[in-house]
Design a protein around this ligand. Structure first.
Ligand code: BG6
Length: 458
């Protein structure tokens, strides 16, 4: 890796302390953080280097206690700090003083500050090879996403803009490519002739966890579907890319997104479910009603659960429902992509022999590949019985976030979201947002720790 200086704008905030600093320490522990990587934090607090280092040490105690002391020290010792307004070019100039080589500007900031911070950074006349990193949300709707992309394009080539989506750093998400394209066992089956439907499910037991400031304005649709779940859908459904470089891989995803049908208001009413959780339990074990959580404005009607069924208008997937579902405070964690295969005509067995579902499941956290199939099994040799093939995959070496951060530091944007991808994803969710605003698909409730609202029958 060549020398870079990482400027973290928003260095004293939650994102930096909870994700970015631990990811850097993880990279250091795995030998990926060379001595020529410098890190400068820029934040509002009027601290000096030592105060920032103590802050980082405290964050490590809280969020990265499992990482070795030497990995943490390797990050702490290279930290510098500049206090001030990240939208002030003079402050950023002070932060980059002495930097050799390209800059990596990491915007660990609220989206409202993205534009002025990018403008201030542009005044630095960034050295060749410099990069900028933004986290979701990439805009709050299609016009604002376009405006943000326009602004970024005005200062840097697209290949130097990294829009992070940590789902693309998950090994099972990357495994979708090998599984689909390198195995004759699956590749020929991957189409409407054989697949009855695809479920992309991200059920979480965690509730709001003090994130009302962000989440109550986003809701499950924008927090999860607009980005993470659509990315999963693209990898599952896209055509085979000509290669895995940043251009062919991202072109293939964009082509897929373009083929996703925009839902009409009537389809939104028929094909989406939106709901929020109500209280469950007592005492320390209690999950409060979402609407009563600190910082939540119940009048906003924010959903904590969403299910959307989408269709892809291309020859491969014509008529196949892709059901995207996610929710908070549910009864069990379930993170998986389920490919539901059509039944064969089981002629020799007769209709009385129902063996159960024929599915392929890509499960995440823990990572597993599961095939539910039918065999003759025990007893009557001509009777069908359900059986399960399960492959447990080794835990991933680097966390998803660290993997993507390594790509940022080495300058490989293949697993970051390209500007047109982000816009296409907004194009898909925009009609849902609009129809919900006009009262299509009224907000339902579900008790915390339950299975969530009933699915739509498609
Ligand atoms: C984040 C969302 O991007 O992804 C969270 O903001 C969500 O609401 C999280 O819980 C899920 O990702 P993971 O990797 O923790 O399952």
């Amino acid at each position: 890796m060549s020398a870079v200086t990482l400027l973290i704008l928003g260095a004293t905030g939650d994102l930096t302390g909870r994700y970015l600093l631990p990811a850097l320490a993880e990279l250091a522990g795995a030998g990926h953080l060379g001595d020529d990587i410098q890190i400068v934090g820029v934040g509002r607090e009027p601290w000096d280097d030592e105060q920032f280092r103590s802050h980082a040490a405290e964050r490590f105690e809280r969020h990265a206690a499992d990482l070795s002391p030497s990995a943490r020290a390797s990050v702490i010792q290279r930290l510098r700090y500049v206090g001030g307004d990240v939208t002030d070019p003079a402050v950023l100039g002070e932060a980059e003083r002495g930097a050799g080589g390209p800059l990596v500007l990491y915007l660990a900031l609220p989206p409202a500050v993205f534009a002025p911070a990018i403008q201030a950074a542009a005044a630095l006349r960034l050295p060749a090879g410099s990069r900028i990193v933004v986290e979701k949300p990439f805009g709050t709707d299609l016009p604002s996403a376009r405006a943000l992309n326009e602004l970024l394009r005005g200062h840097l080539p697209e290949a130097s803009v990294f829009r992070m989506d940590h789902f693309l750093g998950k090994q099972t998400v990357q495994n979708i490519l090998g599984l689909r394209f390198a195995n004759r066992l699956f590749e020929p089956l991957w189409c409407a002739e054989h697949v009855a439907g695809v479920d992309i499910v991200w059920d979480e037991t965690v509730a709001l966890e003090g994130r009302a400031g962000y989440y109550d304005r986003a809701g499950a649709l924008l927090d999860m579907v607009q980005n993470h779940l659509l990315q999963l859908m693209a990898l599952v459904a896209m055509e085979r890319p000509a290669g895995l470089g940043e251009q062919p891989l991202r072109d293939a995803k964009v082509d897929l997104f373009r083929a996703v049908r925009r839902l009409s208001p009537e389809e939104v009413a028929a094909l989406t479910v939106r709901a929020r959780y109500t209280a469950d339990g007592n005492g320390a074990d209690r999950v409060p009603d979402y609407a009563a959580e600190d910082g939540v404005d119940p009048a906003r009607g924010t959903e904590t659960f969403v299910e959307v069924t989408l269709f892809i208008d291309n020859p491969r997937w014509q008529g196949v429902p892709f059901r995207l579902r996610t929710g908070k405070a549910l009864g069990a964690d379930r993170r998986e992509v389920v490919i539901r295969l059509r039944p064969t005509d089981r002629l020799p067995f007769g209709q009385a022999h129902e063996p159960g579902a024929n599915t392929l499941t890509l499960a995440m956290d823990p990572d597993r590949l599961i095939a539910d199939i039918a065999l003759n099994g025990t007893g009557d040799p001509f009777d069908l019985e359900p059986a399960r093939w399960q492959l447990d995959l080794a835990p991933q070496d680097l966390s998803a976030y660290s993997r993507l951060l390594l790509d940022v530091l080495t300058g490989d944007p293949a697993l970051s979201i390209r500007g047109d991808e982000a816009e296409e994803c907004w194009r898909i969710v925009e009609p849902v947002v609009d129809a919900w605003e006009t009262g299509m698909s009224p907000l339902q409730t579900y008790p915390a720790r339950s299975g969530g609202p009933a699915p739509r029958r498609v």
